[in-house]
Design a protein around this ligand. Structure first.
Ligand code: HEC
Length: 381
């Protein structure tokens, strides 16, 4: 568990900020490790806010597993390692990136340039800077080419790494260093493009993980505008568009089914399905509002005498308390599910994992399950 490593949640989790509940995160959301606190067994990962800044949140180490990087991830890692002067990692990451057929040509063109430059830099740092000047100019040119090819993030990491190496070479050659080539790209716009690309990936992934697909699409679009060749952005866009398309289909189905006699139940299923794909779909959200009372009837019906009778002997007061807890505490992070979307066994299992998240005692969980069982029985009558 080291900084820069890519990890994925192996279960749904609540991200903690300074030890307090901060945001829910679904299973399989990916993060880049910031640091690992071995004593507390906590992994620090970034959570990105709308303004592009990130806060360091924690997850328990047992909730994450390592993820192999894809070719693009390796290429990015090579440049970030260069930027951060971890030169040993560069050739290894470039070789790994070259395994991806789509990146093979780029990675194998870059490999000798980096190797030549790093060798010359090593010699220059030892006090003999002659060959370094030319190779530096060549690398500055490489940054220009990468930016032109739509890879602002690679170009920026390269530029920043070159600045650092140049400063070190100058320090190692007092008076004797040759004139060193400066940046050939306009740095501020380059930085803005790289930041927009990274935000597109980070905020886009974060929104997509919560199925906020319209929000995700906005971030990804802005990212692609700034950095059109990022494969991770292109892949994310394809996924977002597919889910948006599915949600649109669900909307159409729900909208037509609800017009038929007895169609409300089916319409609600389609609605529920669609909102799971895209939680911020405006037409689905509006339809859900219109169908609010039908929705309540299928997720959390009021406690009626029939419902009390369907319970295994619970009082109306207990069932009422359970319903209040259920509708208040289980909606903190997501909508309620349709009662018949899972069996009572399924509800018990969900309660076992969710009860803790809602900070419910065993007694409270038991009462909610009694309410759900009675509600399910009245539903199926
Ligand atoms: C602190 C946030 C939070 C609270 C509170 C919460 N949940 Fe969840 N719940 C989640 C997240 C996040 C997921 C998504 C899980 C995933 O994608 O794997 C989820 C998923 C679910 C699911 C579907 C997945 C599954 O586990 O089978 C059910 C059902 C569910 N919650 C029920 C409940 C119930 C019942 C309560 C109240 C006791 C509750 N939740 C309270 C965060 C929460």
């Amino acid at each position: 568990m080291s900084p820069g490593e890519l990890v994925r949640l192996n279960r749904s989790e609540t991200l903690l900020f300074k030890g307090e509940n901060y945001k829910p995160a679904p299973k399989s959301q990916e993060f880049t490790v910031l640091k690992y606190d071995a004593a507390q067994k906590l992994v620090y990962v970034p959570y990105y806010k709308e303004d592009g800044t990130a806060v360091a949140v924690t997850v328990p180490v047992e909730a994450v597993e390592g993820v192999a990087r894809d070719g693009w991830g390796e290429l990015l890692r090579a440049f970030e390692a260069f930027r951060d002067q971890r030169f040993d990692e560069v050739p290894r990451a470039l070789a790994a990136a070259g395994q991806d057929p789509a990146l093979k040509a780029l990675a194998s063109a870059l490999q000798p340039r980096f190797t030549g430059f790093l060798t010359a830099a090593g010699v220059a740092l030892g006090g003999r800077a002659q060959a370094f000047g030319n190779l530096l100019a060549g690398m500055r040119e490489t940054a220009v080419q990468l930016d032109k090819a739509g890879h602002a993030s690679l170009a920026l990491a390269l530029e920043e790494g070159l600045d650092k190496v140049s400063a070190r070479v100058q320090a190692a050659n007092p008076g004797g260093a040759p004139a060193l080539a400066g940046s050939k790209v306009d740095r501020e716009p380059l930085r803005e493009r790289a930041v927009a690309g990274a935000l597109g990936v980070n905020l886009g992934r974060q929104a997509a993980a919560l199925h906020r697909m319209l929000e995700a699409k906005r971030w990804v679009e802005a990212g692609l505008k700034a950095e059109p060749s990022r494969p991770d952005l292109k892949a994310l866009m394809a996924r977002v568009e597919k889910d948006l398309g599915d949600a649109e289909d669900d909307f159409k189905a729900a909208n037509s089914m609800r017009k038929h006699a007895g169609g409300a139940v089916h319409a609600l299923s389609a609605l529920d399905h669609g909102l799971k794909k895209c939680a911020d779909h405006p037409k689905l959200k509006e339809l859900k509002k219109e169908m609010e009372s039908a929705f309540e009837e299928r997720t959390s019906p009021p406690v009626t005498p029939a419902l009390v009778a369907a319970s295994g002997g619970s009082s109306a007061a207990v069932l009422e308390e359970a319903r209040k807890l259920y509708t208040a505490r289980c909606t903190e992070c997501h909508d309620l599910e349709l009662l018949d979307s899972r069996s009572m066994d399924g509800w018990s299992r969900a309660m076992a994992s969710m009860g803790g998240r809602a900070h419910l005692s065993d007694g409270q969980r038991g009462k909610i399950l009694e309410y759900l069982a009675a509600a399910q029985r009245t539903l199926n009558k």
